[in-house]
Design a protein around this ligand. Structure first.
Ligand code: NCD
Length: 432
């Protein structure tokens, strides 16, 4: 590997073509007509450089379900998707609810060396929603955890949620809530609406999400702490968030690529399969076209702060079975940028904001989320916006195959990704 790279004629976040010189891990120079003896030259013609993408919500499955994903395979998928940092969710086995487990995940991330893996700690012991986990010990560990989540489960007990919000104030932490009132979603299989009625599946009503977000923004305001809302999926949730932000509550929210593109109609049959194809089963469920429109508008406006993948790999036996028995979740890392490009168009500054700068800020990842500029870490990705790709599950780097975009043609291709000056992806291929 070379220790310096000269990227010729690249557009930095949609600006005029220029050259980028990468040396000693940083962006050494930016400007037209650069020369650098000994540097490996990358043709940037037609490419857009974005700050390395940051995912606030990734399931890496290690420890426990290494058949579905490992820290290394998930890191490779992330790098191929243009990511330079991912926040690893705590619902592993064992659960990441102690300093020992978060340090293990952090170390595995370092060893893989393809993206920065920032572990998220569980809020409650074993995700059981009964006792607070060792939040302080996880914060003090080498993994320096700042974000905590029981994702996959809601912290349903309001007293526990209040205490968690209070506790993390001491070290500037944030609670990322999986907003789902469990009493309203017992036995739920898909979004509650016209399609669930037609298909005869038990519904997951929008209000089960909205009621928890409303409660939690009030709790966050009451205790003066930070709340982050995972995978926002309904128009009503957007309304609650808009209200809370207008009041000055310290709340941020994410939306997944799939909730920006797909609807509950697909459960009745879609390009990747169906009817009742579990590839479309996800939590929260795919919603209606009206919800999709509200989420897109909220993302553009900033009521929703970030795109997060909720990359949820599942082994074949957990997905290719009867709908009711299938695990919820979809792959996301390798297709996120393409889906967002499809949804937002080439709005590069907005894409950089929602997929890199803001998520880096929310997660407290100071080295990430910076546009390539002199003196900044050379941590960025190069996108070919003119390329179109057909999603082929067998070509994905993830160990799992549960992509809802199989066979779909999407815009954009990640050509290269750099992490602190080292390429993790070149010519569209992982370097390791
Ligand atoms: N988002 C999903 O559909 N699945 C998540 C957890 C969850 O939120 O249920 C998973 O870990 O598989």
């Amino acid at each position: 590997m070379s220790d310096s790279y000269l990227i010729k004629g690249v557009s930095v976040v949609g600006g005029k073509p220029t050259d980028l010189l990468v040396r000693d891990g940083v962006v050494a120079e930016v400007g037209p007509g650069l020369r650098a003896a000994g540097a490996a030259v990358v043709d940037g013609d037609g490419l857009v450089a974005l700050p390395g993408l940051v995912d606030l919500h990734t399931h890496l499955r290690e420890p426990g379900r290494e058949d579905a994903e490992t820290v290394e395979s998930g890191s490779r998928a992330a790098a191929l998707g243009g990511y330079t940092a991912v926040c690893a969710m705590a619902n592993t086995s064992p659960v990441a609810d102690t300093a020992g487990v978060v340090e293990q995940v952090w170390r595995l991330g370092r060893e893989a060396g393809l993206v920065d893996v920032q572990p998220i700690g569980a809020v409650t012991v074993g995700l059981a929603g009964e006792h607070l986990a060792e939040l302080g010990a996880m914060a003090d560990s080498t993994a320096t955890v700042r974000m905590f989540s029981d994702d996959g489960h809601c912290v349903a007990d309001p007293r526990l949620m209040r205490r968690a919000l209070e506790y993390v104030k001491a070290f500037g932490g944030v609670i990322a809530q999986h907003a789902e009132e469990p009493r309203l979603t017992e036995g739920a299989q898909m979004h509650e609406g016209e399609v669930s009625t037609r298909l005869g599946l038990t519904g997951w009503p929008a209000v089960a999400e909205e009621a928890i977000i409303a409660r939690d923004v009030l709790l966050a305001e009451h205790v003066g702490s930070r709340l982050h809302v995972c995978h926002t999926s309904t128009a009503g949730s957007v309304a609650v968030l808009r209200h809370a932000k207008a009041r000055g509550v310290a709340v941020t929210a994410e939306v997944t690529p799939h909730h920006l593109l797909l609807t509950d109609e697909l459960v009745g049959g879609g390009p990747a399969g169906g009817p009742y194809d579990p590839v479309y089963k996800v939590n929260p469920p795919l919603r209606t076209a009206a919800d999709v429109a509200a989420l897109r508008a909220a993302l553009a406006e900033g009521v929703i702060d970030a795109v997060a993948t909720d990359h949820a790999p599942h082994a074949v036996e957990d997905k290719e079975c009867e709908w009711a028995y299938a695990r919820p979740g979809m792959l996301g890392l390798e297709t996120a940028l393409s889906v967002v490009l499809d949804v937002l168009g080439p709005e590069w500054d907005l894409i950089a904001e929602r997929m890199s700068r803001t998520p880096a800020r929310i997660a407290g990842l100071a080295e990430h989320g910076h546009d390539p500029a002199p003196g900044r870490p050379a941590t960025f990705t190069l996108v070919d916006p003119a390329a179109r790709r057909r999603v082929e599950p067998s070509e994905l780097a993830s160990r799992s195959r549960n992509t809802p975009y199989a066979g779909l043609e999407l815009p954009g291709r990640i050509v290269a990704t750099f992490l602190r000056g080292e390429p993790t992806v070149l010519d569209g291929k992982a370097v390791r």
